[in-house]
Design a protein around this ligand. Sequence first.
Ligand SMILES: Cc1cc2nc3c(=O)[nH]c(=O)nc-3n(C[C@H](O)[C@H](O)[C@H](O)COP(=O)(O)OP(=O)(O)OC[C@H]3O[C@@H](n4cnc5c(N)ncnc54)[C@H](O)[C@@H]3O)c2cc1C
Length: 285
Amino acid sequence: MATLADFSNEKKYKAIVKKTSRLTPSDAEEVRELVIEVQDPAFHCAVNQSFGVLVAANGDFGNAYHHRLYSVADIPETGHNKTILTMLVKRCFYIDEFNGEKYSGLASNYLCDREKGDAITITGPHSLPFEVPADHSANLILIGMGTGIAPFRAFIKHIYQNIPDWKGQIRLFYGAKSGLELLYLNDHDGDLTSYYDNETFEAFHALSPRPHMNDPIAIDQALILRAFEIVHLLSLTNTYIYVAGFKDIKNKLDETFAKILGSKEQWETRKAELIAGKKWAEIIY
Ligand SMILES: Cc1cc2nc3c(=O)[nH]c(=O)nc-3n(C[C@H](O)[C@H](O)[C@H](O)COP(=O)(O)OP(=O)(O)OC[C@H]3O[C@@H](n4cnc5c(N)ncnc54)[C@H](O)[C@@H]3O)c2cc1C
């Protein structure tokens, strides 16, 4: 798995915040959509990429900059020597295991606090592992948790907008702690909902059964409810699985796919085939 050190922060670009809006209601976790403009013609970014954000650090650990990655959440707009990028950012907080105190995540809070007209420093672009298969009849099972929906928003839009002969089935599973935080449904422009009409596309969402108790999101139940179709898709050689989201999703997905396929061994064998055939890709953070 790649670590942040694998992503160079040497190439830096200035970007201006053109728009910032909160996607979630005030009583839910804060997720914002930021639209930024990079005015440097040397910066080229594609749909299947991320970019870094550099924040001046206080140097506690001897580092002058704090570098964090964000997925491109819409098809980048280019022209007139500039690039317009959309990103989804969740305002992160962490509880210190030793003293129990709550700390703010540096880059996410910095980004959520930016206002229209502010300048930020970005790096990249950096690749994401989610390639559009060359076989346009391939099937895609996309699983995006929380802001993990961001790369798939761009990816699905790109497929239906720019690949007219796309025939494969796309199943998007996405989840959040509560309905209030579902980025997909809270997407003001409804850009994904318009694809509901496409006969190859279906989306399913999962929630936490008790969001206030911090219960995990029931992505397992959402997948198990569609077990019949997943077993069928996984019996085909041209099915891909792409996953994005927080690290706690990893074991949960392995357990769930093992249940769906009948045993841990069957899932391990199928997953190994997917990985070997470059049909499994993930970004976990
Ligand atoms: C390829 C990729 C794409 C991504 N895309 C997105 C995206 O589209 N949207 C998005 O919102 N995020 C995305 N992320 C995650 C993002 O890069 C950041 O990790 C996230 O925003 C948190 O960064 P931060 O600087 O706010 O938090 P940090 O300050 O970096 O804190 C992060 C980590 O440090 C630890 N930590 C921090 N402070 C403390 C403390 N005081 N005590 C104990 N532990 C602490 C926590 O364990 C936590 O895991 C992506 C990550 C990757 C790798």
